[in-house]
Design a protein around this ligand. Structure first.
Ligand SMILES: Nc1ncnc2c1ncn2[C@@H]1O[C@H](COP(=O)(O)OP(=O)(O)OP(=O)(O)O)[C@@H](O)[C@H]1O
Ligand SMILES: [Mg+2]
Length: 428
């Protein structure tokens, strides 16, 4: 079988840097340098003509910088993978580059091994990334996507095993960021059925809630969803929890799962705010069907302890490691704890950090204007956009655990052979 060649373009205004990188790549059998460009504009033109697989892109260049070029190139052809090269200390550029569509960063001077590894890695990501689902979504945000054999939307559960970690705030902001970044259909579900907060966070009022769907689970279709979900100004659709906790209690785990399955047929992303417990069927039912669990941790011992416990339970429940996307929320280096130490204690890597917005987050909640709207340039808003970018760009069909499609047999990993009720019933 012949080896696939990765076609690479190098973009840097310093000719010497271009030449050095080319030399480094010369002896790699699976990598071929197909072009070199010396500013962003040349890069955009060459990318259109040559369609390289991977572009090594400098940031600071005359005429058009690397970030603007990355944005133009990835908007034109999202299958082209861009690796940004930057000197140390340009972390703000790195954030912006990621938002512009870059897949990876290399700090200059670039080492040979890092270079080879990054090129192969991003190329692999590109190869497994699902093709854009053109036509599936109208960017208007009303109505729903066509049904039939279209791919199903991503179900993203924002969860923390410790209350107050920021699940509701992150879920609301993430849903809006996903909508703004992708222009696709995004729904947000208040899975905290008894004490939902999303109506306050988003300043929404609705006489219809999840209870109205639970009563008519077998009839859920686009029209019913349009009737029950409320539209937020950001064009996301929100399924609220009932104002009365007793009403929330009436929704069964099975009904909640059926609602989520129906919603993922109609939306590209369904973000679920969850209840901070994994010892209840209702909470587990959401985590079970989720494609990804955005697991929120804060740097407090009580939260870290629960995260460790949850990760052990997740193993027992046969959740794959890729399913769990660990996010450090309210990240602050004044907490007296090192992230790498925490990572080795819990034996899981933090995939992304969301900074501590301090009063700004509380203020945004009190005003009912999510931070990503009210303070779009706030560092924490940017962190949330990065999260949205990671989840919308990196989640691949190949990387995900089995998804249950209605009409197919449900996957039966070990821990689910005999569905049993209750936390301990599930485990033992
Ligand atoms: N990144 C952040 N920076 C600063 N404050 C934050 C951040 N994320 C959340 N908060 C604050 O943390 C508090 C709890 O947030 P939130 O209600 O979203 O948490 P939760 O996990 O949903 O809580 P609950 O368990 O009550 O549902 C709020 O005061 C919110 O303003
Ligand atoms: Mg909450």
């Amino acid at each position: 079988m012949s080896e696939e060649i990765i076609r690479v373009m190098i973009v840097d205004d310093v000719a010497d840097t271009c030449d050095q990188l080319e030399k480094l790549l010369f002896f790699e059998k699976d990598i071929e340098v197909v072009a070199k460009a010396h500013n962003g504009r040349e890069a955009v033109d060459a990318a259109k003509k040559l369609k390289p697989d991977v572009i090594l892109m400098d940031i600071n260049m005359p005429e058009m910088d690397g970030i603007a070029a990355t944005e133009a190139i990835t908007a034109d052809d999202p299958s082209i993978q861009v690796i940004i090269m930057s000197v140390q200390g340009e972390t703000d550029y790195l954030r912006r580059a990621m938002l512009a569509g870059a897949r990876e960063f290399l700090i200059k001077p670039v080492g040979a091994d890092d270079l080879y590894k990054s090129i192969r890695h991003v190329h692999k990501l590109g190869a497994t990334r699902p093709r854009p689902v053109a036509g599936r979504v109208d960017s208007g945000g009303d109505g729903a996507a066509p049904s039939g054999d279209q791919p199903k939307g991503q179900l993203l559960a924002v969860f923390s095993p410790k209350g107050g970690a920021g699940t509701s705030a992150v879920a609301a902001n993430l849903a809006i960021a996903l909508r703004q970044l992708t222009g696709r259909k995004v729904a947000l579900v208040d899975g905290n059925l008894t004490l939902g907060d999303l109506n306050v966070i988003l300043n929404l009022v609705s006489s219809t809630t999840v209870v109205d769907l639970a009563r008519r689970v077998s009839e859920i279709d686009r029209d019913l969803l349009n009737d029950v979900l409320v539209t937020h100004g950001s064009q996301i659709k929100v399924l609220l929890a009932p104002p009365n906790p007793q009403d929330g209690e009436t929704v069964s785990p099975e009904q909640l799962q059926a609602i989520l399955e129906a919603m993922r047929r109609e939306f590209d992303y369904v973000v679920v705010d969850t209840f901070s417990s994994f010892t209840q069927d209702r909470a587990l039912s959401v985590l079970d069907v989720a494609d990804r669990i955005i697991l929120l941790m804060t740097l407090e011992m009580t939260c870290i302890k629960n995260i460790k416990l949850f990760l052990e339970v997740a193993d027992l429940l046969a959740y794959s490691r890729e399913k769990i996307f660990l996010v450090l929320n309210k990240a602050d280096n004044r907490m007296g704890m090192r992230v790498d130490k925490v990572e080795s204690t819990i034996r899981h890597k933090v995939a992304l950090q969301i900074g501590n917005a301090g009063q700004d987050m509380a203020l945004s909640i009190n005003q009912g204007v999510p931070l990503v709207i009210g303070k779009r340039d706030h560092p924490v808003s940017r962190d949330i956009f990065l999260l949205a970018r990671e989840l919308s760009g990196v989640v691949t069909a190949a990387a995900l655990p089995e998804v249950h499609h209605p009409g197919e047999d449900k996957p039966t990993p070990k821990a689910r052979d005999k569905p049993q009720r209750g936390f301990f019933g599930r485990l033992f």
